[in-house]
Design a protein around this ligand. Structure first.
Ligand code: SAM
Length: 325
């Protein structure tokens, strides 16, 4: 299947990063390489882009794409090649990236992008099992080397565990009846496919809810995807660590697609933009915390009318930008 993904808020991200042509930029979520290619077009022969993704298919596709705008090198070659923009590609979870950078003596960055969530390719490819609209095995792994799949969760998690993830990660108000029907179904046979799960969910919802929602199973599928890929785990810690690596005036741009992610981004930026984080009733500051960033936009940037018409995925995208002090 062809790898298709239209980068969201592209112009806003490129403007937001305020790119220095000879800078070092980190794209934590390479995907189809759409944002990275535009970053590379702004870099000169001294500039470096480091691209990370945990999905091997994304790495393969994006590597080909960005090789048109840069020479792909290893960390060792960073100091030897000066005749064109360079890219370093890392197949890993971005939660590991600070350690990888430190191990390779990359201690400062001029800009960071995190475009959270899944790519259109992952959603549209039935074999990846992310979509309730396409029949496929219940997989949902971004990292194909990981063992835990959505099928394992749906068939093996306890009733309470399932309810918890559907409520917390999907904000699904019908979690109780959906889980009851999952448990009933799996006493007869394993739930193997996206279609089987979709049918169980639809049979658990009142008809008027099915008609009123844009995708009756969307919430449960989102919850499962977050649980399979541990999407919210250590996100805050990683954002805080990454901000520490920014040069003065370096920018961080983060795009989120649902309120749980956006809350984490907002809170992480708030902590890093605040001078004192002592409890309000303490009177005198004892924490000694100093602000390390300033917020470039107080309210998140959303897609404009033109982008909304061209790319429906952009409708839930929120971009927050901060600059290192
Ligand atoms: C929305 S897409 C990024 C699209 C990209 N900005 C572009 O323009 O093509 C998100 C990508 O991030 C990857 N991803 C999500 N969470 C990740 C994580 N924790 N570590 C590494 N990659 C991750 C996914 O595999 C997916 O390819």
């Amino acid at each position: 299947m062809e790898f298709k993904h239209v980068p969201v808020l592209l112009e806003e991200v490129i403007n937001g990063l305020n790119i220095k042509p000879d800078g070092i930029y980190l794209d934590c979520t390479l995907g189809g390489g759409g944002h990275s290619s535009e970053i590379l077009k702004k870099l000169n022969k001294n500039g470096v882009l480091i691209g990370v993704d945990k999905d091997k298919e994304a790495i393969n596709f994006a590597s080909k794409k960005i090789s048109k705008f840069s020479k792909i090198i290893n960390f060792d070659e960073m100091k030897n090649i000066y005749n064109c923009p360079k890219s370093i590609i890392i197949n890993s979870d971005f939660k590991n990236v600070v350690k990888i950078l430190e191990k390779n003596n990359v201690n400062r960055l001029d800009g960071i992008l995190i475009d959270l969530g899944v790519s259109s390719y992952q959603i549209d490819n039935a074999e990846r099992g992310f979509s309730y609209k396409k029949e496929g095995l219940l997989d949902m792994r971004m990292d194909q080397n990981q063992s835990l799949t959505a099928k394992d969760i749906v068939n093996n998690y306890s009733e309470n565990q399932l309810k918890k993830i559907f409520y917390e990660y999907g904000e699904e108000e019908f979690s109780h009846s959906i889980v009851k029907n999952i448990i009933k179904y799996r006493t007869k046979k394993q739930i193997e496919t996206t279609t089987e799960l979709n049918n169980i969910i639809e049979s658990s919802l009142p008809k008027k809810i099915i008609y009123s929602r844009n995708g009756a199973s969307k919430k449960v599928f989102q919850a499962l995807r977050i649980e399979v890929n541990k999407e919210l785990e250590k996100l805050k810690e990683t954002i805080l660590e990454l901000i520490e690596k920014l040069n003065t005036k370096g920018r961080i741009c983060i795009i989120s697609f649902h309120s749980l992610e956006d809350r984490i981004v907002k809170d992480s930026f708030k902590i890093m933009a605040t001078n004192c984080i002592c409890p309000p009733n303490i009177g005198i500051c004892v924490c000694g915390h100093k602000a390390k960033i300033k917020l470039i936009n107080k309210k998140p940037i959303m897609a404009n009318e033109i982008e909304l018409k061209e790319n429906s995925r952009s409708s839930s995208a929120k971009l927050r930008i901060a600059e290192r002090l």
